[in-house]
Design a protein around this ligand. Sequence first.
Ligand SMILES: [Zn+2]
Length: 304
Amino acid sequence: MKEASPGFCEADIERACNPGSFQKGLTLMKQGAVKLTGGSAGAEAQVASERGHGHYAVRLGRCGVSVNAKCSCVDARTRGGLCKHAAAVALVFLQHSQDLPQMPLVSNGASSKRPRPPATPRLESPEPEEVKEPVPLKKPCFPKATPRAPSGYMARGFFLRQLQSSAMAGDHEAFANDLERMDELGEKEASALLHKAVQGQDLAGSERIIQLLLDRPDGQRVAMTGAFDELRRTPLHAAVAANRLGICRSLLQARADVAMKNGNGMTSLDLAQRRKVDTSKGDWRQHEDPVLVLLREAMKRRTT
Ligand SMILES: [Zn+2]
């Protein structure tokens, strides 16, 4: 067993399995059939079919130590409990000391229309193989309140990578979901996320992601200190360059310094002014560049 505790153990997986699936899952795991695919909830995987018929999609979560799963195979739908694919994925997570998100499992099949079976009492017997009746899926509980930080170095890296890709996409919902699971971000981590979000593909999503980051002390600190990206720009410089007015405003509200210089010795106001010159064709006389107006006002407030 690894030193980092993922919050569940092998016996918990075995207990949640339907008869026989634990051993088969162990085999699948050893064959390398599991491919983690991430997903917004952080615990999705594909398991290669033993007969080479493509993949099964598996989603994992846990409630306390009880491991829950959804798999696209027939076995999972008809028997309940963890099928061999889910068992294999859970074992891979355990192998990497990677925790499972605390979450109710949303059914993705037709079964979501049916009322859920009542929770089965925890079996006292340590030999679930002896149970001949299919074990219904455990009733999902609805966690909240205490989002847990992922335990272990690997899990942290995993969530950080997910956060970075949702920041780049401007996927606010996925970002919010994963950010809740992170304890304090390091300066480099927060800076990387902030810079990626400034450039995020979806503008509305990016603005919300920036706000989420700025609402945290770690994110706000980075906005204030103006941590450079690889182009030696502060987040505010990057937002000006990307012409993102809303993000400039949020950064200034979070006390980003308009007078801070980038690696070329230019302030973000200089940058906005130069940008103005660059784009001064057309009707710029009638319409003031709103980014420039915003930064000028910020500079004025700073010097008075
Ligand atoms: Zn399955």
